[in-house]
Design a protein. Structure first.
Length: 239
């Protein structure tokens, strides 16, 4: 599974680099990318302007300007930082991105279903638990707690619909021999694993290969990568 570009940064640079990258996407990069999509990549027959998207963008900018005008920019920045990182860890916690042993991953899937798309979605993603109540967990996880059903039925567009569909999906899994693993606790089980993997692991080279052919990372190269990665967000790269 491909590694995020941010893991190519030194652990000390990952938090500021990723934060600046996403800040750029939030303020300028995403609107630039949306304008390109609307102008050059719009599917035929689709409306050229997504009013809901631009309304939310305007609301975010108005909120930022109001905080700047009233001297609350630090408060805005703190809430952006906390929301960004909680959301990031929440998304990656529901997948096994940090586990790279493909054979061991596939071993949990019944052999006749190793190439079945839905079976892979069920076995290679996690449901999440926060307090143990499915409906409260749905709210606390921004709808991501029933994540296996979300993967198998991606177009439902509602966490409540995913919960309502879960019994049917579990029944089909039982019929074909797919074990329905217990949900992973978001705070105790998953957050420590993803924090260790994404923030504390050594630098990941962008192009894996024989270690003898990989140049050692220098301070100058790391600083250059930090600025390039941060600036890419403001250009709409990596959205």
């Amino acid at each position: 599974m491909p590694k995020p570009r941010g893991i190519g940064l030194h652990p000390l640079l990952r938090i500021p680099g990723y934060t600046l990258h996403k800040l750029g996407i939030c303020l300028l990069g995403l609107p630039l990318r949306a304008r390109e999509l609307a102008r050059f990549e719009r599917p035929r027959g689709k409306a050229p302007i997504r009013a809901d998207f631009w309304f939310i963008r305007a609301w975010l900018v108005i909120e930022l300007v109001a905080c700047l005008a009233t001297g609350h920019f630090i408060a805005w920045l703190v809430q952006f930082f906390l929301t960004l990182w909680f959301n990031t860890f929440l998304v990656v916690a529901s997948h096994d991105f940090e586990e790279s042993n493909t054979e061991a991953e596939l071993a949990v899937i019944p052999e006749p279903l190793r190439n079945d798309w839905a079976a892979r979605q069920i076995c290679l993603s996690y449901d999440l638990s926060v307090v143990g109540n499915r409906w409260i967990d749905l709210f606390l996880s921004a709808g991501l707690s029933p994540h296996r059903v979300h993967h198998v039925l991606p177009y439902q567009g509602s966490g409540f619909a995913n919960l309502a569909s879960e019994d049917a999906v579990r029944e089909v899994c039982a019929q074909v021999g797919i074990a329905w693993e217990r949900p992973r606790n978001l705070i105790v089980d998953r957050f420590p694993a993803v924090i260790k993997h994404y923030l504390l692991c050594p630098v990941k080279p962008p192009h894996p290969g024989p270690s003898s052919l990989q140049p050692r990372s220098s301070v100058r190269r790391q600083i250059g990568d930090f600025f390039r990665y941060s600036f890419d967000g403001w250009r709409g790269i990596g959205v």
